[in-house]
Design a protein around this ligand. Structure first.
Ligand SMILES: CC(C)(COP(=O)(O)OP(=O)(O)OC[C@H]1O[C@@H](n2cnc3c(N)ncnc32)[C@H](O)[C@@H]1OP(=O)(O)O)[C@@H](O)C(=O)NCCC(=O)NCCS
Length: 157
């Protein structure tokens, strides 16, 4: 069994407990919570996929997205530190990519801090390229590299 097959990846749907667990991870992991734009985009059906180590277990990771025209934007991606380097982030990105393909979207895009080597490596390995450098994109002082960010893009084939 591959490492990815061990995680259960599913849409969060209307599972309020899972949503609360996503918010808890979001608030713990990011300097500023990442999920509000997902809910602003579609409050009743937020486009979030979650990861559990086993069916029915606690949420250990999520990817939050929103669609804008022909682009699926990854707004937030996070994995519980206790479960990193087990293929869960990769599986979540692939779930988002499958959704983009199923919806006929052209590409996936995201912003990532230039100091976030783990995420940049993950996205690069998943076929994303650095499309643009945005100096000072993250205004908060809690981001590294003076808030500089890359726009990373992956075409959907
Ligand atoms: C980025 C993040 C989501 C990766 O999740 P993960 O489940 O640990 O990632 P995976 O195990 O699926 O890793 C897949 C590949 O990404 C790369 N990668 C992941 N973490 C890495 C790290 N710390 N250093 C270098 N490469 C890394 C590797 O190529 C890895 O493959 P390998 O383990 O076979 O070498 C996780 O570190 C995280 O939640 N970070 C904090 C939040 C964040 O930065 N989110 C992204 C915002 S844009």
């Amino acid at each position: 069994m591959s490492r990815i097959e061990r995680a259960v990846i599913e849409p969060v749907g209307s599972d309020l407990v899972a949503l609360a667990q996503c918010h808890a991870l979001d608030a713990t992991i990011f300097p500023h919570t990442s999920l509000p734009p997902v809910f602003a985009s579609d409050p009743l059906a937020p486009a979030i996929w979650i990861a559990r180590v086993e069916a029915g277990g606690p949420v250990v990771g999520f990817v939050g997205t929103r669609a804008q025209q022909d682009v699926l934007e990854i707004v937030g991606l996070a994995v519980d530190p206790a479960h990193r380097r087990a293929g869960i982030g990769r599986a979540l990105v692939r779930a988002a990519a499958r959704s983009a393909r199923a919806r006929g979207l052209d590409r996936i895009a995201l912003h990532v801090s230039t100091g976030n080597q783990a995420a940049i490596e993950l996205y690069t390995r998943e076929g994303f390229r650095k499309a643009e450098l945005l100096p000072g994109f993250y205004a908060s002082r809690r981001f590294p590299d003076e808030g500089n960010a890359y726009v990373m893009i992956r075409e959907i084939d």
